[in-house]
Design a protein around this ligand. Structure first.
Ligand code: DGY
Length: 321
């Protein structure tokens, strides 16, 4: 009996419920591992497949796309797609899709976890208790920054930026946002006020970044921009590391230009600037914004939905242009 199931290349192992569907409906080029493939393995895998699911750590450049001659769809297992040369994909007629919506809440929740952990020194507290050196309650111990009632500056007001803003209501925060796109956003509550990038940085007690990484947002926050922030302010980044100039951030933290940072993403993953780990006013997470079982399963299902559509000759619901 011939195997007529389409051939799928998976660059990484996905959560079990997704793998179960994948195994039932596709032939796999090879068993995926829980590790990034080498660039040569990635190319080889993509060149054999009708469809592929890749992750944000897989750099899909023009040459990789060029050799993937039978590939019809590249489903990126992420909402961000800065890892893919979209122009090259378009030129080769390769459809690229992403996974919006299903990870919005998970990422907004994690942003708040990081924000609170940074402002309230949660990780330092955990480390102290585990060390066995905690001597008991003290009026002056681990004093953090008040969050309630402060000003939250949001850079990038797409789905995730808005979800973060909605969560600020319970903290009675003033929401100020910056977006490069249309200022006409009648659907936003009137209390959310648009500001220039500079005004956001000058006004906010906490700045949180939710813009995609593009050539225009690469190092959007550098030494100049950090200098506009208050010395008591924090910056939180759950978007993409390269939106902040990491070296400038380290300098700003070391010299007290800003008070602290909560980072889930880095310029070079998995190798953040080595000084970051030495600064106690910084909370570092390993890019887990969307890491709930629910979100990660839904992301897989969105990839599969797009793949089925394209292989059946229908438009991909999440085609990125
Ligand atoms: C995304 O989807 O872009 C996230 O960074 C992955 O969690």
């Amino acid at each position: 009996m011939t195997n007529t199931r389409p051939i799928l290349y998976l660059s990484r192992l996905l959560p079990d419920p997704v793998m179960a569907i994948v195994r039932e409906r596709f032939q796999l080029v090879q068993e995926p591992l829980d590790a990034l493939p080498a660039p040569s393995a990635l190319r080889e895998g993509l060149s054999q497949a009708d469809a592929a699911i890749v992750t944000l750590g897989d750099p899909i450049d023009a040459e990789t796309i060029r050799v993937a001659t039978r590939l019809k769809i590249l489903a990126n297992y992420a909402v961000g797609y800065n890892n893919i040369d979209l122009a090259a994909a378009r030129q080769c007629g390769l459809i690229v899709t992403n996974t919006p919506d299903v990870l919005t809440d998970a990422t907004a929740d994690l942003t708040w976890a990081l924000l609170l952990a940074t402002a309230r020194r949660v990780v330092e507290g955990d480390t102290l208790v585990r060390s066995g050196k905690w001597t008991g309650w003290s009026p002056t111990q681990l004093l953090g920054a008040e969050v309630t009632g402060k000003t939250l500056g949001i850079i990038g007001m797409g789905r995730i930026g808005q979800a973060v803003a909605q969560r600020a209501v319970g903290f009675r925060m003033r929401v100020r946002y910056h977006t490069r796109q249309s200022l006409a956003t009648p659907s936003f509550p009137h209390e959310w006020e648009h500001r220039s990038l500079r005004d956001i940085l000058e006004e906010a007690d906490i700045v949180t970044i939710h813009t995609p990484l593009t050539p225009a947002t690469h190092h959007l926050i550098g030494a100049h921009e950090l200098a506009w922030m208050r010395p008591t302010a924090f910056v939180i980044n759950t978007a993409r590391g390269s939106i902040i100039d990491e070296r400038a951030l380290v300098d700003a933290l070391k010299t007290g230009i800003i008070a602290g940072a909560g980072l889930d993403v880095y310029e070079q993953e998995p190798a953040p600037h080595q000084m970051l780990a030495q600064l106690k006013q910084v909370v570092l997470l390993p890019h887990i914004g969307s890491a709930t079982l629910h979100a990660r399963v839904q992301m897989g299902l969105v990839c599969l939905k797009n793949i089925h559509a394209v292989l059946e000759g229908r438009p991909a619901p999440n085609h990125v242009h």
